[in-house]
Ligand binder design. Structure first.
Ligand code: ADP
Ligand code: ASP
Ligand code: MG
Length: 402
């Protein structure tokens, strides 16, 4: 007998028929004698639908109430799945975040799970299936919180850790992690096993198949994960410790995101403290700056500073820069039609020439690089948004991922 955490994403529970199908998957596991904790997402599209409702009332909807609203999506799935299991004569019970409770810390919409009270559920697992809403919790003062988009993955990992589960399986609408998004890059190949580090880079750089904070927690506590399909029986992708993986390729995957924007401050005074003065107020406003480039401008006393941020932060960033009395510059320009394409691979550490090969490939495809950033196991470039898929496909072919 094993204790299993099974997480079902939005598409997997998107209709009543699919919820019945999930109930059957759980039944098969139960028949094998396993104890099951099922973590569920809102039905596909539900969270966006709720966000849009709030926007109809106000673009600046109260954050506490938004979390109350958004958490309801997962609650609907919980009740429906419990109902479907009961109909199959399987003992099952849904638990709302505050009934457990799942305790969180941090601000609304971006909280973190810090503890889960396990006793009641652990006792119940001896008899039946516990159905848990992903993506949410309750703060110390009793307010409902949500933990960021895609957060049901993080709920699953937190349950796997705190219940000491034997496995944590992420059921989704693809049958594993691919070398790139298989829905847009048809030649992408399924990866049989991948290290936490690579998965973390891929998901932070746009591969939404796993939420990055979930991977981070799994890596921190060494909780092996399996990403697999709700709709086929095929083996999925195992995500685990780097030592257990043999790297035959330098690049494991190519990720991309289209939610970046680039800002350039032209004609900034070139003297000590200027960068600090530019970025300090942005940091205070919790704007995440990604890549930074400083150019020597033709005038020796002046320089240009370019950096990238999330596209949704562009208006706020411009306001802050324009109101910043501590920085003198001639002009601000921005480009919101940019995307970030990244190659990721633990094998990159030991393979020389990867950077050159990537740049050569982009040049051959006539794609202009607007910014570059590197780390030990990833290399990212900012390019024009319209070139995204062309660049991803090119990287795929030159690094033998097709
Ligand atoms: P769920 O609702 O089950 O959490 P998500 O939509 O969050 O599912 O994640 C699954 C989606 O991630 C896939 O449908 C696919 O389009 C996308 N995706 C992006 N990059 C990758 C990748 N490298 N491998 C697999 N899927 C990817
Ligand atoms: N329903 C939430 C979202 O759409 C959480 C999740 O699906 O993981 O972001
Ligand atoms: Mg997801």
């Amino acid at each position: 007998m094993a204790k299993k955490v099974l997480k079902f994403g939005g598409t997997s529970v998107g209709t009543i028929e699919r919820i019945q199908h999930v109930a059957n998957i759980i039944r098969q596991e139960k028949d094998k004698g396993h104890q099951i904790i099922a973590i569920v997402s809102a039905m596909a599209g539900k969270t966006n639908e709720l966000i849009n409702l709030s926007k109809k009332l106000s673009e600046d909807f109260n954050k506490r109430e938004l979390d109350v609203l958004l958490s309801s999506g997962e609650q609907i799935t919980c009740a429906l799945l419990a109902g479907a299991l009961l109909k199959l004569n399987i003992k099952a019970k849904s638990w709302l975040n505050w009934q457990i409770p799942i305790l969180t810390e941090g601000e609304h919409a971006n909280a973190r799970i810090i503890n889960i009270h396990v006793n009641k559920i652990d006792e119940f697992l001896k008899y039946g299936v516990a159905i848990i809403p992903g993506f949410q919790g309750v703060s110390k003062n009793g307010d409902i919180t949500t933990i960021g988009r895609g957060g049901s993955d993080a709920t699953a990992v937190a349950f796997a850790k705190l219940f000491n589960a034997d496995s944590c399986e992420i059921f989704t609408d693809v049958d594993g992690v691919y070398s790139s998004d298989p829905n847009n890059i048809p030649v992408a190949k399924k990866i049989e096993k991948i290290s936490y580090e690579e998965m973390l880079e891929l998901s932070s750089l746009g591969a939404k198949v796993m939420q990055s904070s979930a991977v981070q927690t799994a890596m921190m506590y060494d909780i092996p994960l399996e990403v697999r399909s709700t709709f086929t029986n095929r083996k999925g992708t195992r995500i685990f410790n780097r030592q257990n993986i043999d790297y035959s390729k330098s690049v494991t995957g190519v990720a991309y995101s289209k939610d970046d924007a680039k800002i350039t401050l032209i004609g900034v005074e070139d003297k000590p403290g200027v960068a600090a003065n530019i970025f300090e107020p942005l940091n205070k406003a919790q704007i995440n700056v990604d890549m930074v480039i400083q150019n020597i401008s033709s005038d020796e006393k002046l320089t240009d500073v370019t950096f990238t941020i999330k596209r949704e932060d562009l208006p706020k960033t411009k306001d802050i820069l324009e109101g910043n009395k501590d920085v003198n510059y001639k002009k601000i320009t921005h480009n919101e039609k940019v995307s970030k394409v990244s190659i990721v691979g633990a094998g990159m550490v030991s393979t020389p020439g990867i950077t050159y090969k990537m740049f050569r490939g982009l040049a051959d495809s006539k794609i202009n690089i607007l910014a570059i950033s590197t780390s030990e196991i990833k290399l990212s470039v900012i390019i024009k948004e319209e070139d995204t898929l062309k660049a991803v496909k090119k990287m795929h072919s030159i690094f033998d991922l097709d």
